[in-house]
Design a protein around this ligand. Sequence first.
Ligand SMILES: Cc1ncc(COP(=O)(O)O)c(C=O)c1O
Length: 392
Amino acid sequence: MNTRLAKRMTRLQASPIRDVLASASQPGMISFAGGLPASDTFPAIDIGCVEDEDLQYGPSEGEWLLRDRIAQDLRQRGFDVDASRVLVLSGSQQGIDLVAKLMIERGRQIAVESPTYLAALQVFKLFGATLVPFCIDSLEQAVGGSDNQQALSSDMLYVNPTFQNPSSRVYTASQRALLATACDSNQTMLFEDDPYRELFYQPCDRQPICSMLERAEWVYQSSFSKTLAPGLRLGYLVCSEALYPPLLKLKQAADLHSNRLSQRLVYRMLCDEPVHARLRDIQDSYRSRRDLFSEALNEHFGALASWQVPTGGLFFWLKLQGALSIDTRKLLQPAIEAGVAFMPGEPFFIDPDTAPGYIRLNFSHTRPDLYGHGLATLATLVRSATSESDEV
Ligand SMILES: Cc1ncc(COP(=O)(O)O)c(C=O)c1O
């Protein structure tokens, strides 16, 4: 390691997902790996005549019209905010980076669900966080108890309560209310990440927990990546009043502002398109993909793993049966050689070595007619890897 590099670089691990995606994009690969939307859900974009203004530097907060449109949606979700509290992001991944810069220095305690979104773990670790597990079930079981006390007294709690990446789990209404109360009474700062909220396939509660807070500080963010197109690189955050000025300064220092042309296009799509009809089409298409994937999983993994059929989001989260609970990272190379990419579960945990036997499978990107072949190939690898480990 070059000794001139900042010490924090020793804590930055290459995102395993990006490495996998590099292989997954090879021609002919069946990929269940990334959280990529289906390209047939992308809007037809006519860039048309580009105005000079869109090519000029713009405001760090984002374009006012877009912020105002986002604020309208946020009010419908229960937030009492206007456009002046909305910060447009270059993808919600940027929100994770900005909030980490705002809150984390070496040794700061940051609580996360375990498993959680692995690129959030990557950023929090880079800034030197000491990660503490948070579990909504134990909060529910031990109301007033100490199970999550360490998490609730952390400097920040990061959660993805609606169709979580990787587990697709969604908190119930009472779990949301319970967490809001716990954050308020412990003054725990809540960072809620909500990029999958519109991808629901059956009714369920989706009210942002941040919108229920009365005293605790908070940041809530979402994204246009999963409902419009990730290549536009646009997301947004909204936060409690005192956090907005420092987050805006961090945004200025990071990239001056987000791409103005993308902002123009997203604003136009939100206003011109029949947004609800578009979302319904995406939900219908993903629901039927989910059902086909579920059938193929039952056929090939029924005896190997257990899972919940997701009510929203883009992933199936499999737990291999006890005796098959191997380190799934070891399956990745052979799987890629066999033409199938998937995401091992271990990197989604605070301590990957303590959580073998999970696999995350994306069903939105690969064509449904390839599900069966891809899953059969993976199932064969799981069986042979476990029989090899039995022989040792
Ligand atoms: C939970 C979560 N947060 C944030 C992101 C980043 O999304 P984007 O930067 O495309 O908005 C993702 C991407 O998959 C995600 O799953």
